[in-house]
Design a protein around this ligand. Structure first.
Ligand code: SF4
Length: 361
């Protein structure tokens, strides 16, 4: 199974060339092909010379008879263009990140071993993009509160930038939110191909964050993503004013999942130094801090996908946290949490005094 890690069809990454993923197989359902967005994505796929299959049914049934290893390998290298079910138009809140979450895709081509999708999505990790995008976007206004700035997170079930060169859907969202004064869009990514976003009319309504981590964590557990250096370089470009060739976006840094690795203070201090170097100018910057946690279900899926993982998934030495639905997750002990929280909040206050720390969890 470990051979699978990093086995995505990505263009070779270097510091200067963005990380781009290309599927080995592209599926279109009939209902997706019947939409203008589906047609646009189809044209992109033809132009990219990617292998397209037009299905005869809206059901995707390509994994029959395959073992788990092969299902994972095929799912992570296949892009399916589908229409989102109407049930997905009923939105769910997503505290503390945003008021609501909505989805333009589901699944991600990267191979982060701690990925939260392991616990939140079921079935094969097939990458699905939604062709009924106008319907998805037009649905959002009914969730906006009058006289308040309602926030919408688009990155809960996917990394939208990882797929942007194939779909253009994230750009469409940013343009749409640019016309919605009472709403703001929140995006988070571990990829770096931001050139399609730079000159979009976002109107200050979108905040783009990069998710980054200390070098040992990123090196060991984040196969298939852009390097942390490349993500920070992309963030700099997004934050720079448009008059200086940047995107003029509000930006953010998500440090997740924070892990108590050996010499964790040293490694996270180095990460803060990298952020300081990348953002050495005044900008609208937020931080979000998320410690490592897992559930029984996510542990089971992660061990199935990455049986040789070195992730700390030992329930012993963790605290059990209950959610309001009775579910449990394993988090660091209260004393450890306190110590880490103090370290991170002090680092941020000292190094980025005008930034905003949105939450620690
Ligand atoms: S980039 Fe994000 S969504 Fe994709 S595998 Fe990594 S953690 Fe999961």
């Amino acid at each position: 199974m470990s051979a699978i890690i990093g086995d995505s069809s990505t263009a070779s990454p270097s510091f200067d060339s963005p990380r781009l993923w290309y599927p080995k197989r592209v599926l279109f359902t009939p209902s997706a092909l019947n939409t203008p967005t589906g047609q646009q994505i189809h044209q992109r796929m033809v132009a990219l010379n990617l292998p397209i299959e037009e299905l005869s049914s809206n059901r995707i049934n390509i994994f029959k008879g395959l073992d788990e290893r092969e299902i994972y390998r095929q799912a992570k290298t296949t892009l399916a263009v589908v229409t989102a079910p109407s049930s997905s138009l009923k939105l769910n809140p997503v505290p503390p990140s945003a008021d609501w979450q909505f989805h333009i895709a589901q699944g991600c081509p990267a191979h982060c071993q701690y990925c939260y999708l392991a616990g939140s999505l079921t079935g094969a990790p097939l990458i699905r993009v939604y062709a009924n995008l106008p319907e998805i976007l037009n649905n959002l206004s009914s969730y906006c509160q009058p006289n308040s700035d309602t926030s919408f997170e688009v990155s809960c079930y996917t990394d939208p930038l990882a797929l942007e060169h194939l779909t253009g859907s994230l750009s469409e969202c940013i343009r749409y939110f640019g016309t919605m004064p009472a709403a703001n869009l929140r995006v988070v990514t571990k990829f770096d191909e931001i050139s399609p976003l730079i000159s979009l009319p976002h109107n200050g309504q979108t905040r783009i964050r990069v998710s980054i981590n200390a070098a040992p964590v990123s090196r060991s557990f984040e196969a298939g993503t852009a390097s942390v250096e490349a993500r920070l370089k992309a963030l700099r470009k997004l934050a720079l004013p448009q008059s200086e060739g940047g995107g003029g976006y509000r930006v953010g840094v998500v440090i997740a999942p924070i892990m108590l690795i050996d010499n964790w203070q040293l490694h996270y201090r180095r990460l803060f130094e990298q952020i300081e170097k990348a953002l050495d100018f005044e900008c609208d910057l937020t931080f979000e801090l998320i410690t490592h946690r897992f559930t029984a279900k996510s542990k089971e899926v992660i061990l199935q996908w990455y049986p040789k993982t070195k992730l700390d998934l030992d329930e012993k030495g963790r605290s059990v946290k209950y959610n309001k639905f009775g579910g449990t997750k394993y988090v660091y002990l209260a004393e450890q949490m306190k110590m880490m929280k103090q370290f991170f909040t002090e680092e941020i206050a000292q190094r980025f005094p005008s930034s905003q720390l949105l939450y620690w969890t």
